[in-house]
Design a protein around this ligand. Structure first.
Ligand code: ZN
Length: 440
């Protein structure tokens, strides 16, 4: 086998589309190869991933695989997708170009090690929504990820925007890259060797990523799994044959360790019941051992939108908190109890409740105005408070139609404020109706 020769500064490479790029710099090095900065004749810059000789078991098959992914195209802007392949160099190796990693993004691993923090809770929730949206786009395009883990994600701590890199192993459904992924992120049936990665195992990995993003620890690492050294045998047990959720309601034997899993102990109670339920379902024994009960991306999307709309500030201490729509919530910062006077209740989406607490500064997004919209960034309405009453300000482009319990019909145009009265029904757009429910 030929020896690996790194690329030189000034070296030119021919791409399959006929253009050439010149190597200008080295950007980084990983287990699979080296990433260089390259420049087109037009001056445009790209990153070029150059594979180590010997890394690829079947180079020509992998080349065709990348070629096919380039032709199908990127699922969404969140992916740093391969753009152009180089021609083979000395019949042994090759590389591909992609966009250069933008500044400001931090690897998800750094968040897990507490080396980076989100600017605020809203940015963290947006990151979760962006991850779910990216995986929905990936699956819709007919791919699955196969080796999802914390090294693949980078997140902007201010905006919550997500970039997914290392997309080389993304495969069409039914194909298998031979890459097993990191055990901590793999579905138990893959760890056990019962199954190859697919859409369903990707969904398990997605739930792990979301849990780690929001709760800050691993869902299966508790007191029971605190082994002195993580050998293959223990790894298979924890993540494969005997997995047990740290917040399993029926079996508390793998609860978080009070020193090792302080994030989990501190943050679990910060999240509303519907988020806890979603994780309990994702990591139930039915999911862990039977591969069932896994949440579709669309379900997560609706759950996370509900979370986003429940983000308010505690009236006592001013800290950010998630307020339940229909019941009292204890502020985790000052331990005082906060309760909304009522909530807005929409029709269910993907089987999930859609509610917003009636509480100062709680916001609705374009998603709430129009059931077909997946826009979770455009604020379309905000709840205002005046002594003794609450209003809903129309910040959208829609004319709202309101029906009061007495049968009176009102219209609220963009910029106007609706005073929220018990049992009123608000038609935001095209019979997308929310009802004002007063809490007991
Ligand atoms: Zn408080």
């Amino acid at each position: 086998m030929a020896e690996f020769v790194p690329l030189r500064k000034g070296q030119t490479l021919k791409l399959t589309d006929g253009r050439t790029v010149t190597v200008t710099d080295k950007l980084g090095e990983g287990g699979q190869g080296i990433v260089y900065r390259v420049r087109y004749d037009s001056g445009e810059e790209r990153a070029l991933k150059w594979f180590f000789i010997g890394y690829l078991k079947d180079p020509s098959k992998f080349y065709r695989h990348l070629e096919s992914n380039i032709n199908v195209g990127s699922p969404s802007e969140a992916f740093l997708w391969p753009e152009q392949l180089t021609e083979y160099v000395s019949g042994e190796t090759f590389g591909y170009t992609m966009k250069i990693f933008p500044k400001g993004y931090e690897s998800f691993s750094r968040y897990l090690l507490a080396k980076t923090r989100f600017k605020n809770v809203a940015a963290m929730v947006d990151a979760a929504l962006n991850i779910v949206a990216a995986f929905k786009a990936l699956h819709n395009k007919g791919y699955n990820y196969q080796d999802l883990n914390d090294g693949n994600f980078s997140i902007d701590p201010t905006s919550g925007k997500v970039l997914i890199c290392d997309n080389d192993n993304v495969m069409g459904h039914g194909e298998y890259s031979g890459v097993l992924g990191k055990a901590r992120y793999m579905a138990p049936e893959v760890v056990r060797g019962d199954k190859q990665p697919d859409k369903s195992t990707d969904r398990f990995s997605l739930a792990v990523i979301l849990f780690m993003l929001l709760i800050g620890n691993h869902p299966l690492e508790g007191v029971k799994t605190n082994y002195p050294a993580l050998t293959n045998k223990y790894e298979k047990k924890i993540y494969g044959t005997e997995p047990l959720f740290i917040f399993d309601e029926k079996d508390p034997s793998n609860a978080p360790h009070k020193l090792l899993h302080q994030n989990a102990l501190r943050l679990w109670g910060f999240f509303p019941s519907f988020i806890q339920d979603a994780f309990r379902q994702s990591f139930s024994q039915e999911s862990l051992l039977g591969g069932k009960e896994r949440l579709l991306e669309q379900v997560w999307f609706n759950i996370l939108m509900r979370l986003k709309s429940s983000l308010v500030r505690c009236p006592y201490c001013g800290e950010e908190m998630f307020l339940e729509s229909d019941r009292a919530t204890v502020c985790q910062s000052c331990k005082r109890t906060v309760k909304a006077v009522g909530h807005l209740e929409f029709g269910k989406r993907a089987g999930q409740d859609v509610t917003v607490p009636i509480f100062k500064d709680a916001a609705l997004y374009d998603y709430h105005m129009n059931p077909l919209s997946e826009d979770f960034e455009t604020r379309s309405a905000v709840i205002l408070e005046k002594p003794g009453k609450f209003g809903l300000k129309n910040a959208s482009n829609y004319n709202w139609k309101i029906k009061t319990p007495e049968g009176k019909i009102l219209t609220k145009q963009p910029g106007e404020v609706l005073v929220l009265g018990a049992d009123a029904k608000i038609d935001f757009y095209n019979k997308n109706i929310a009802q004002v429910i007063v809490n007991n």
